[in-house]
Design a protein. Structure first.
Length: 349
């Protein structure tokens, strides 16, 4: 394979670049802003769908495979770069209301351990998923950036792709803010910006930005022993006492501003479950744009009409979780290697 241009330097772009570099491929990563400062940085890092039994198999298949590989991947990154992504198998407690019977059946069918809370019965019980892990997104991105550079990859920041120029069934070059850039293969991992970037070449790739807002607190020690989830509200405790509380789902286009309404709503709901927050100041309030897609199902694979163009995007809330498995599927597609499972649902249509 000749030189590859990867467009987008979030978790998926950097993970794609790392995997290609380890195969001896020459890789340049283009980033419209700063490396790893969009959805991958803004997310919480729970390595599981929030309530996996509520998602289609196409989502949980990728998420479970990605999560199963994450520990070894994070350890390898730590050893190679000296930067610890802080992979922790903290477990996740799911509080009612949720479909308890469906949850138990899903866990049994997928080999996922779930433990009921003491004293809980039926729909009133909480469930504990001890295998659920978390990663500290900014540290993961720092490690990935260092590893890509270590392997000889080139990263170009402040390089916005204006147009994809195609000719005779192939991408000829990219028109960017830093001039025309050519390569043998092009891989788009631009998250929420992927469809806009591709323009008329996007076809049926239905990817759009969905804003998520989150709050950060700091305790002297972790206030919770595990991730806590109720509906779409979650608490993520870090080892150093930081606590993330999120998040919102807002269809507001490319608006990355934070709102007082979201801050008040998250804080009000969080206080019900963790009254200790009442005396804690909000350390930070931020927003990120997830690459929304129908059913949370990403698009991974070759363009139907342009033989040297690939897409690895649209992972919605679970790009970090799915990254190891998504990169595996993409590289198998490029190499013509047999896939580990049916990937037809992720094909570019």
């Amino acid at each position: 394979m000749s030189e590859v241009l990867v467009i987008g330097a979030g978790a998926l772009g950097l993970a794609t670049a790392e995997a290609l570099l380890q195969k001896g491929v020459s890789v340049t990563v283009l980033e419209r802003g700063e490396v790893g400062r969009e959805a991958s940085w803004a997310g919480g890092g729970i390595l599981s769908p929030l309530c996996p039994w509520d998602y289609p198999d196409e989502v949980t298949r990728l998420a479970l495979r990605g999560a199963a590989r994450f520990g070894d991947w994070a350890q390898a990154l730590h050893q190679a770069t000296g930067i610890d992504p802080e992979f922790v198998q903290s477990g996740m407690r799911v509080l009612p209301p949720f479909a308890a019977q469906a949850a138990r059946q899903w866990c049994a069918a997928h080999g996922v351990v779930c433990l009921p809370s003491p004293g809980g019965r039926g729909e009133d019980e909480s469930l504990f998923l001890p295998a659920v892990a978390q990663v500290r997104n900014p540290r993961l991105l720092q490690a990935l950036r260092a590893r890509v550079a270590q392997l000889g990859g080139r990263i170009v920041e402040q390089c916005e792709v204006k147009h994809v120029v195609a000719e005779s069934g192939r991408v000829k070059h990219l028109a960017t803010s830093q001039g025309e850039l050519s390569a043998g293969t092009f891989i788009v991992t631009a998250g929420a910006w992927s469809k806009v970037l591709l323009g008329g070449h996007a076809l049926q790739a239905a990817i759009k930005p969905i804003r998520g807002q989150m709050l950060l607190f700091k305790f002297p020690a972790p206030p919770l022993p595990h991730v806590l989830l109720q509906g779409d509200l979650y608490f993520i405790p870090r080892r150093d006492g930081h606590l993330l509380v999120g998040s919102t789902l807002e269809d507001v286009g490319f608006d990355q501003s934070t709102t007082e309404e979201a801050r008040a709503m998250l804080l009000q709901r969080a206080l019900v479950l963790l009254p200790a927050l009442r005396d804690m100041p909000v350390v930070r309030h931020w927003a990120g744009l997830r690459p929304g897609s129908p059913g949370n199902i990403p698009t991974i694979g070759r363009h139907p009409d342009l033989s040297n163009l690939y897409l690895n995007s649209g992972h919605f809330r679970y790009g970090v979780t799915m990254a190891p498995a998504s990169v595996e599927v993409l590289l198998n597609e490029i190499d013509g290697t047999a896939q580990p499972f049916d990937v037809s649902a992720y094909r570019w249509r």
